[in-house]
Design a protein around this ligand. Structure first.
Ligand code: NAP
Length: 253
């Protein structure tokens, strides 16, 4: 039997019961990793586990609302207890709570956006890093967005939270390099399962699709292989980078 590129590695993926997170979890498992999936609802976890196991993949799952300290701690504790290690963290959870003019965003919606999209990412990373240090290696992938590079009308606060992840990626990459832990970021473009509110706005969607060089929206699977690559030995000399997966949509040079 041929061993996968992530064979022997243990991966934690947040918000991984549907969409991009589930596609990443599936791909990491196919590539040989032992994967711990998670999201807020037990029913979502059960359903996703059922799908993965039906495909013959090795995965465990647990409830984790990334904004809740006790859930983050339980996610790390359960992974460590079941697998005795953590080599990979894919921080995929995010919310987009507000649509409209950024200046009309309430303080509550602003705080919640940053709590889930930025602060929880930082706090979960803090929890995971000691386990990677113990292991002597690690790979962290933060899931950002092209909205972090280029502001889009109506989702300003979400975009600013994703911009913060570009900075967090750089800071963590510098600080964790001595521990042999690489930190990179994935910036998806318009992927089919994106927020139904935006998706159902026909004019937004048409304008956006017209600006995509490859003339199609992406699939969660378009993101998954890139994350697997970033966590593999082939990416051993890549850290602090953000890879955009956006069909050529212009968001940076
Ligand atoms: P999605 O299809 O809407 O899936 C959301 C997943 O997140 C579900 O599994 C959900 O399960 C879980 N979830 C929601 N809130 C959570 C929380 N607070 N803690 C833990 N899990 C939570 O999401 P997606 O579109 O694939 O997006 C995934 C990531 O890609 C996000 O970071 C997003 O910003 C980024 N992104 C997506 C696109 C796109 O076009 N789709 C574009 C750019 C960036 P439960 O309901 O059980 O919690």
């Amino acid at each position: 039997m041929q061993l996968g590129v992530l064979s022997g590695k243990v991966a934690v993926v947040t918000a991984s019961t549907q969409g991009i997170g589930l596609a990443i979890a599936r791909r990491l498992a196919r590539d040989g990793a032992q994967v711990m999936i998670s999201s807020r609802k037990q029913a979502s976890v059960d359903k996703a586990l059922e799908q993965l196991r039906a495909e013959g993949l090795d995965a465990l799952g647990t409830v984790c609302h990334v904004g809740k300290r006790e859930d983050r701690e339980a996610l790390v504790r359960r992974t460590e207890r079941r697998h005795g290690a953590i080599d990979i963290l894919v921080s995929n959870a995010a919310v987009n709570l507000f649509m409209g003019r950024a200046l009309d965003c309430s303080e509550e919606a602003w705080d919640k956006t940053f709590e889930v999209n930025v602060k929880a990412v930082f706090l979960l990373t803090k929890l995971v890093v000691p386990h990677m240090e113990q292991r002597g290696r690690g790979s962290i992938v933060l899931v950002g967005s092209i909205a972090g590079y280029r502001p889009f009308p109506t989702i300003g606060p979400y975009g600013v939270s994703k911009t913060a992840l570009l900075g967090l990626t750089k800071v963590l990459a510098d600080e964790l390099a001595p521990a042999n832990i690489r930190v990179n970021c994935l910036a998806p473009g318009l992927i089919t399962q994106f927020s139904s509110a935006l998706w159902s706005d026909d004019s937004f969607r048409r304008r956006f699709e017209a600006a995509i060089t490859l003339r199609r929206t992406g699939e969660p699977e378009d993101c998954a292989g890139v994350v697997s690559f970033l966590c593999s030995r082939d990416a051993a000399y890549i850290t602090g980078e953000t890879i955009t997966v956006a069909g050529g949509f212009h968001c940076r040079l």
